[in-house]
Design a binder for this molecule. Structure first.
Ligand code: FE2
Ligand code: FE2
Length: 392
């Protein structure tokens, strides 16, 4: 009477397939049993050809489809039976999802804890045999994709579950925009205090992205992926957000700072780390804390050296100093592009990571373009700096 379709846990080849596709880790035995329990042969519908339920299933497949929405349809054994073109497009680069058991494809973004909740929900009349949650899809070559995911059952005439409609909404941009809007407001507040900015933060973001994209293309650092590039583009703008806690008389002092004032100025790195402590990506704190560290250990606040300094901060420091060199200040003239690049090359291996400075050999002209494209109109002449470099 019953027919078992391709169960997610049926074969070793399925397991191998799953491991290869989604980084599957062996789950505890009881979880394995619960996944299998969803396709209990005792409760399975008869989907053999010409059965009444098979006809109902085909009707469901036919009328449940909406090619414009990102959706898949599962049979009651949780095997994918239909993938809309929008869903195929959404997951291109992440998964190939046609005709596979649902958990083979989506177990990794679910994680063990959420998988338990999902299984419980799909078995629960109180929860309407349905589930909703946010899945995080990760591929080293792609930006992380976030989907708001809803699974709802289809019922047969006999009130048994025929299958499920799974709908995915891409909420990646919505999530990032909401998160970043909050922190951009803090940045705006910091800029009110610090005359040093103008479009400085924006330019630092562009230089940092330029360097990082080059390193990604050359595959020089495995940790650089599209997420890293996207994050450094935004978070490099926040490098000096801690200056919101630096007294005005220090930020606006026309002359050189005393040693005590320097000590207070250096605290903007620690303050920035506190301000960004709730940001979900650790890169935010790394840049704020370490963008004044020197490759040779001569920087601040902790005199970290070499690889101890996070890569993101080693990139931002080159961008930050290039821009500071080009800016006119009360105590220094505006450096030309060639002079600024020369200074940076001269400080390779002392102030800067040589592997980052080498990137400028091929890309330095784009720095000049960025400087010219994002000029400060009516910029106030900035007073003091947080950068320890010899400007003479
Ligand atoms: Fe700084
Ligand atoms: Fe800066």
């Amino acid at each position: 009477m019953t027919q078992k379709l391709n169960s997610p846990k049926e074969t070793d080849s399925n397991k191998a397939n799953l491991a290869e596709e989604s980084g599957y880790q062996e789950e505890p035995a009881e979880l394995e049993a619960e996944v299998s329990g969803l396709s209990d042969p005792e409760t399975m519908l008869d989907l053999s050809p010409n059965s009444e339920e098979a006809a109902e299933f085909e009707t469901m497949l036919k009328f449940g489809q909406n090619p414009r929405l990102s959706q898949i349809i599962l049979d009651n054994n949780l095997t994918i039976r239909y993938t809309s073109p929008a869903a195929t497009a959404l997951f291109t680069g992440y998964y190939r999802i046609q005709s596979k058991p649902f958990f083979n494809v989506f177990r990794q973004p679910l994680g063990t804890a959420e998988l338990r909740i999902l299984i419980m929900s799909l078995k629960s009349p109180e929860r309407g045999f349905s589930w909703s949650g946010t899945l995080v899809h990760k591929n080293p070559n792609m930006r992380t994709l976030l989907t708001r995911t809803v699974i709802n059952p289809f019922f047969a005439g006999s009130h048994a579950i025929l299958g499920y409609l799974v709908h995915f909404e891409d909420v990646t941009d919505k999530y990032n925009t909401r998160l970043r809007t909050t922190f951009s407001s803090i940045l705006e507040a910091a800029k009110l205090k610090d005359n040093d900015t103008g479009k400085h933060n924006e330019r630092v973001s562009h230089y940092s992205k330029q360097i990082t994209e080059y390193l990604y293309k050359k595959q020089l650092y495995p940790q650089i992926d599209p997420d890293f590039i996207d994050n450094i583009e935004f978070l490099s703008m926040m490098h000096d957000v801690g200056k919101i806690g630096t007294p005005d008389y220090i930020l606006q002092k026309p002359g050189k700072l005393t040693e005590l004032e320097w000590e207070i100025m250096r605290e903007h790195t620690i303050n920035g780390t506190f301000i960004l402590s709730s940001y979900p990506n650790p890169m935010a704190k790394e840049i704020a804390l370490s963008h004044h560290e020197w490759w040779n250990g001569g920087g601040y606040p902790f005199k970290l050296e070499g690889d101890m300094i996070p890569l993101s901060a080693r990139i931002v420091t080159v961008a930050d100093v290039y821009d500071a060199l080009r800016m006119k200040r009360t105590y220094k003239r505006e450096f030309t592009h060639e002079e600024a690049i020369e200074r940076i090359f001269a400080a390779s291996g002392t102030q800067f990571d040589p592997s980052i400075v080498r990137v400028l050999t091929d890309t330095h002209e784009s720095f000049d373009e960025i400087w010219n494209r994002f000029t400060d109109s009516n910029a106030t002449e900035p007073f003091n700096t947080d950068i320890t470099i010899d400007y003479e």
